[in-house]
Design a binder for this molecule. Sequence first.
Ligand code: HPA
Length: 283
Amino acid sequence: MSNDISLFEQATAAAAYIRARISSAPTIGIVLGSGLGAFADKIADSIAIRFAEIPHFPKSTVPGHSGQLVVGMLDGIAVAVMQGRVHAYEGYTSQEVTFPIRVLKLLGVERLIVTNAAGGIRPGLQQGDLVLLSDHINFTGRNPIVGEHDERFGPRFFDMTEAYSKRLRILAETTAEREGFYLGEGVYLCVLGPSFETPAEIRAFHALGADLVGMSTVQEVIAARQMGMEVLGISCVTNLAAGIQRELLSHEEVMETGRRVAARFTQLLTALIPAIQKESSRA
Ligand code: HPA
């Protein structure tokens, strides 16, 4: 990312590039985590723009994160779907990791659904479970707001008490119930990665109050909250965390579980997005 122009101006340029290629401004944004990219196929009248094409956008290097922005319609609602994301462990700064979220906001996105693959820490969680994030623990030592302050993105000091909207969580729980499955809630702890955790780390995270562990989402949610977006977080438990499951952890397992859960995950999002739109336009 070049330093010649401010982050805000870079995001403005990226948003202008995207706006010139789409017909309706999206109000709901979705970030698809590892193995969960198939949902983007549900988008009608879609335009896919590769991250690499968009000015100042970071480029994903992880297999399974195809790295494109899909903008189109779901049930008559304009949505913007990030099929893939970049992670701090790829060498990106927090500002780079959250750049697409800044751009989504400038495009008109007010509500953001962030999804991820996570390791299950809390006893009782099972591989394949979908869990709503009730809160997070930022264990990365990083924060995307660090640096020169630009009021155009929002305040420097802002509240994180209800980072994950209670209203959207209730809506997600009732939607899931209607679709015939149960969605629990949990606290997501974010590590830098890319090595998986040691069993001692997982025991420590459990003592700290974490139910899930992963390598994404938290930076994005901090940036989204600064800009006043309403956030819903969903983890797919792709594996039980280190020391809890007997088998060794692997990226292949994470991807494989994501694919296995994809149909249920897609069913949930397909029902949830119209419910969010309906509820929000009534509010
Ligand atoms: N740890 C960290 N990140 C992850 C895991 C895990 O066990 N599973 C999927 N993403």
